[in-house]
Design a protein around this ligand. Structure first.
Ligand SMILES: C[S@@+](CC[C@H](N)C(=O)[O-])C[C@H]1O[C@@H](n2cnc3c(N)ncnc32)[C@H](O)[C@@H]1O
Length: 212
């Protein structure tokens, strides 16, 4: 809220920026996401500018004070080249001294082992229907990439639907190398968005605030 110009990288359906606007943010808000279905939802609101693009294709130069990448969107960057190109573009979008805040799951906690049919949960879709969801995951490959399927069951379909994708788990020391290579200095690190201390051996999340 304190940053005048904010870019949400991998904004999904735009939840964060819509909330910032509804809570009184008066500055520039821009959201970027490469998934047309996600961005279609965001575009239902005029809270922010919305752009269909990957992080690496962010077109801005020195225009934002803060970039955020939440909801572990960083884990959709599946190799070092994608991370580097994305970080360089985010760095370029920021004004000098601007900050980049993002989260990524800590591989030390091996969270993918909980992504199985024994750990289902429920979500409510926009029409109010209850959907039962669970994930299925592989062990990571040599690059830390885990294949993930998400299985949805609900009243709209006569059998479950499966969406398949992949998420990369990056150890904290590797993360810092990638940030440095793109022109960022790590300023703060937390284990939760509530700013609990980061403990490498036990924090489920690596939350980084890096300065351009
Ligand atoms: C789990 S969602 C999180 C969405 C949003 N940040 C939130 O917290 O609600 C991850 C998002 O990352 C987006 N994404 C995938 N690849 C991306 C890329 N290369 N650059 C930017 N965003 C990407 C996906 O389309 C998806 O909307």
């Amino acid at each position: 809220m304190a940053a005048e110009r904010v870019l949400d990288v991998g904004c999904g359906t735009g939840t964060l920026l819509r909330r910032a606007r509804s809570e009184g943010h008066t500055g520039r808000l821009a959201g970027l996401d490469p998934d047309p279905a996600m961005l279609d939802q965001a575009r239902g609101s005029d809270a922010a500018e919305w752009l269909l693009a990957t992080a690496a294709a962010a077109p801005w130069d020195g225009e934002f004070d803060l970039a955020v990448m939440g909801g572990n969107a960083f884990q959709f960057l599946l190799d070092d080249a994608a991370v580097h190109d994305s970080l360089v573009a985010v760095r370029r979008a920021l004004a000098g001294g601007g900050r980049f805040a993002f989260d990524t799951r800590n591989p030390v906690c091996r969270e993918w082992r909980d992504w199985n049919p024994d750990h289902p949960y429920e979500v409510t879709d926009p029409a109010g229907a209850r959907l039962r969801v669970h994930h299925e995951a592989s062990e990571p490959d040599e690059h830390g990439v885990v294949a993930v399927s998400t299985v949805f069951a609900g009243p709209h379909w006569d059998r479950p639907l499966t969406a398949s994708g992949a998420l990369r788990f990056t150890p904290v020391e590797r993360l810092d190398g990638l940030l440095a290579a793109a022109g960022f200095t790590v300023e703060e690190r937390y284990g939760t968005w509530a700013k609990d201390a980061f403990r490498e051996g036990e924090s489920r999340s690596i939350i980084t605030i890096a300065r351009a």
